[in-house]
Design a binder for this molecule. Structure first.
Ligand code: ZN
Length: 151
């Protein structure tokens, strides 16, 4: 899929795509949000369990391309145990990284998506789960769509 992406990055994405982490519904979720990327056909639903300001658990279900699934899978790994502020900071970093390729600060494993900015159609796949996460934290009931996302 990516010609010039680092092999390791590609392996991480493929691994999370084939074996998504935290891939299940969550009956005890305190909030959830749905995301849809009409350009690619990616659909997902994200579940959060909030304890005060902290995300104690997070999971997702859905279908879509490898990038969208790997992004959601890595997002759940990142978000578990984090605070609302941690997640907002990381959303800004991931958004900047996938749209411009600039990595601001420590993004951990999420760095695997740095190459996505070279593929404008894939940016929405990578950012979909993040928009869903922000919507879930805000309590938005309306499904998120990447339609208005500036790639
Ligand atoms: Zn996609």
């Amino acid at each position: 899929m990516f010609d010039d992406i680092n092999d390791l990055y590609q392996q991480v994405i493929l691994d999370h795509c084939k074996k998504p982490r935290n891939f299940h519904e969550m009956a005890q979720a305190t909030c959830s949000a749905q995301g849809h990327n009409p350009l690619c056909g990616d659909q997902l639903k994200l579940f959060l369990s909030l304890e005060g300001d902290k995300i104690s658990d997070v999971s997702f279900v859905g279908s879509g391309c490898c990038i969208s699934k790997a992004s959601a899978s890595l997002l759940t790994e990142f978000a578990k145990g984090k605070t609302r502020a941690d997640v907002e900071t990381m959303f800004e970093r991931v958004h900047e990284m996938v749209t411009t390729g600039k990595v601001l600060g420590d993004v951990g494993k999420l760095a695997v998506f740095a190459g996505v900015h070279k593929y404008p159609a894939r940016v929405k796949c990578a950012i979909l789960s993040w928009h869903a996460l922000m919507a879930a934290l805000k309590g938005d009931q309306k499904p998120v769509t990447t339609e208005n996302e500036q790639a």
